[in-house]
Design a protein around this ligand. Structure first.
Ligand SMILES: Cc1ncc(COP(=O)(O)O)c(C=O)c1O
Length: 370
């Protein structure tokens, strides 16, 4: 099977993981990084020295499932631990795959949604998020993209790359509508609970919704490679655990232990993320105002990223390259199939965000800006 190149990863690999690494990383969609020592010091301290390094149960250890259930306010029995939300996605696509079937997905979106669906032989029917409508995901548009062969539908809220938030009532209406067709609704809420303005509860308790979440984004611990599915339907959950066993057997108990500790102290993690994201979003809002004759945006309602665009619709990649040469990394919109846009992450850079924006503005205002 030929998978298309993962453009975003190529871009990040060339700059973020280069030696030396880029000075200001505004391309990441994660929060400020934590070291193991910083994490273990939280809440009076913890140690992982006694953890036995065997397999964990395929559905995740009981303590971790309880911690995730407590974090979301749902029955821990509904929780299936996965290797990031990435594996959660693979599991759901694998279980839904059958000849001629299709899945309804947003566009633009996190590119693995469509690539992995196609890899499992599923057709993709996209509903378009319009920048003129603030990139809203509307129940009517999602339903409108489905047909008689649709076996799954997905919404992503807060959304990557646009930062739009789908209201709970709208998700509930959508889940009910798909329930009548026997189609589960996946709600990818890896950026939950980071909202600017109105807070939104998890969709995990909405009938016919299957929630995907993780430790990577709002909890800022991407290196734990842990995520979850919340599935109320016991039969489907059992199949998901089997799939998980086949794919990766289990998580590392070392990382599960760190995740339990992190979830026990989630308030501290979320407070740090929220402080960095809110301050940087405020600086970004001022910046966007200053340069509104060159670029426009829909201000994010949640999550860690925004998806502005060049008013003259030029391809952003040459500009992103010129900016990277000055030490500031943003991500070209072609990574999301929309070349005139770029993605800017405002939650990872705990320090220096305003310095990075000053460089950004300088490059943007150059008469010869690409
Ligand atoms: C919307 C969305 N879903 C899922 C993922 C997968 O993340 P992870 O595998 O780290 O949980 C990402 C990562 O960027 C994402 O943006």
């Amino acid at each position: 099977m030929n998978l298309p190149p993962f453009l975003l990863d190529h871009w990040l690999a060339a700059h973020e993981f280069a030696t030396p690494s880029i000075r200001y990383n505004l391309a990441a969609s994660t929060g400020p990084k934590w070291s193991v020592d910083e994490l273990l010091a939280l809440g009076g301290g913890a140690s992982i020295g006694n953890v036995k390094i065997g397999y964990a149960p395929p559905e995740g250890g009981t303590r971790l499932r309880e911690a995730i259930g407590g974090f979301l306010g749902v029955d821990p029995d509904w929780v299936v631990v996965t290797t990031g939300a990435s594996e959660a996605l693979l599991i759901l696509l694998c279980l839904a795959a059958r000849p001629g079937a299709n899945v309804v997905l947003p566009a633009p979106a996190f590119s693995p949604f469509a690539v992995m669906a196609e890899a499992w032989g599923l057709g993709v029917r996209a509903y378009t998020l319009s920048r003129d409508d603030g990139f809203c995901q509307r129940a009517g548009a999602v339903v409108g993209a489905a047909d008689a062969r649709t076996v799954l539908a997905l919404v992503n809220t807060p959304h990557n790359p646009a930062g739009s938030v789908m209201p709970r009532d709208e998700i509930r209406t959508l889940a009910e509508n798909f329930a009548e067709r026997g189609v589960p609704l996946i709600v990818d809420e890896v950026y939950h609970p980071l909202y600017f303005g109105r807070q939104s509860p998890t969709a995990a308790d909405i009938p016919n919704a299957i929630v995907m979440g993780d430790m990577s984004k709002a909890l800022s611990l991407a290196g734990l490679r842990l995520g979850w599915l919340v599935i109320a339907d016991a039969a489907l959950r059992k199949r998901a655990v089997d799939a998980r066993g086949y794919f990766t057997i289990s998580s590392s108990p070392i990382l599960e232990e760190l995740a339990v500790h992190a979830l026990t102290n989630h308030q501290v993690l979320l407070e740090r993320l929220s402080a960095v994201a809110s301050a940087n979003l405020s600086a970004l809002t001022d910046f966007m105002e200053r340069v509104s004759h060159i670029v426009s945006w829909a201000r994010p309602e949640g999550g860690t990223v925004a998806f502005p665009w060049f008013n003259d619709r030029r391809d952003s990649r040459p500009f992103c390259q010129a900016l990277a040469a000055q030490g500031v990394l943003i991500a070209p919109g072609d990574c999301f199939g929309m070349p005139a846009h770029f993605r800017i992450g405002f939650a990872a850079q705990a320090e220096g965000f305003e310095d990075a924006l000053a460089i950004f503005e300088q490059v943007l205002r150059q008469p010869t800006a690409p």
